[in-house]
Design a protein around this ligand. Structure first.
Ligand code: SAM
Length: 248
């Protein structure tokens, strides 16, 4: 028995555990997906792995699922943050969705000097991360943080966290391979926490670039000889990092 439908629930999961369904989940399962009593659904909550559950009560406004057996243990992604400056809504949604699919542990939108968008809907972006995890078979959902200023984030930067600073000013100059070796050599392990930083459409200001270049944890990286859009750059950087240092 392996259910095709996967749902994220905010409830502990374990053998025999009953999970009450919220109205929209009941609507989705019984109204949209036409699941019968006794049908099976895969559940995950970001901490207890994936569980196969049986539909034991079904109604229009609610229902109950009962956990039967664990089908996957919790698989934590590597300790990788994706930091990016929000762009247009659809492209920001894309970045969050892809970061969740590709195995970022935390997603941090930041305001930079040339950031296009001053506001984000954190709850909406978090819901995109949940949907991405539901679809890609992940058992973990990355936290999407509220928008904060890049300068403030750098003020409190954790000493041990290495930073893959994707700088369009370095076009064609510095490959991630070299940066990864340098970062890995400093810390001596692939378990080193890392972050990727992608700038806004307008790029980084001179002041930001100067500050980032001066950070001992920052490794300036070029993503090739062409300037990529921020959403493309996020996917490219996540791919490079995962392939070299991550869990791919
Ligand atoms: N307005 C900038 C310019 O024309 O120079 C381009 C900014 S780009 C659209 C958005 C972000 O993607 C950059 O700040 C950088 O983080 C990343 N990026 C894009 N292409 C890159 C490249 N070839 N190398 C490194 N980073 C790149």
């Amino acid at each position: 028995m392996s259910a095709k439908i996967r749902l994220y629930v905010e409830h502990p999961l374990g053998a025999g555990q009953s999970i009450p369904l919220e109205k929209d989940q009941a609507h989705y399962l019984f109204g949209v997906m036409r699941q019968p009593l006794g049908g099976h659904v895969a559940l995950f909550n970001g901490t207890d792995g994936e569980w196969q559950a049986e539909i034991t009560e079904a109604g229009k406004r609610g229902g109950t699922l009962t956990c039967v057996a664990q089908s996957k243990p919790l698989q934590m992604p590597p300790d990788l943050w994706l930091i990016f400056a929000p762009i247009k809504k659809a492209r920001t949604d894309f970045i969050v969705e892809k970061a969740a699919e590709m195995g970022a542990a935390r997603i941090l939108p930041v305001g930079t000097e040339y950031t296009n968008s001053e506001r984000i809907r954190q709850d909406r972006l978090q819901a995109h991360a949940v949907e991405a995890a539901e679809q890609c078979g992940g058992t973990y959902v990355p936290e999407v943080c509220d928008l904060q200023k890049l300068s403030r984030l750098l003020d409190h930067w954790p000493v041990e966290r290495q930073l893959m600073f994707c700088d369009e000013g370095e076009v064609g100059q510095r490959r991630f391979l070299d940066a990864a070796q340098e970062g890995g050599a400093k810390q001596g392990a692939t378990a080193t926490p890392w972050a990727i930083l992608i700038g806004p459409e307008g790029g980084f200001s001179d002041k930001e670039r100067k500050r980032l270049h001066a950070m001992q944890q920052a490794h300036v990286v070029s993503l090739g000889p062409r300037i990529l859009r921020a959403d493309t750059a996020a996917v490219a950087a996540l791919t490079l990092w995962q392939q070299r240092l991550g869990d791919w």
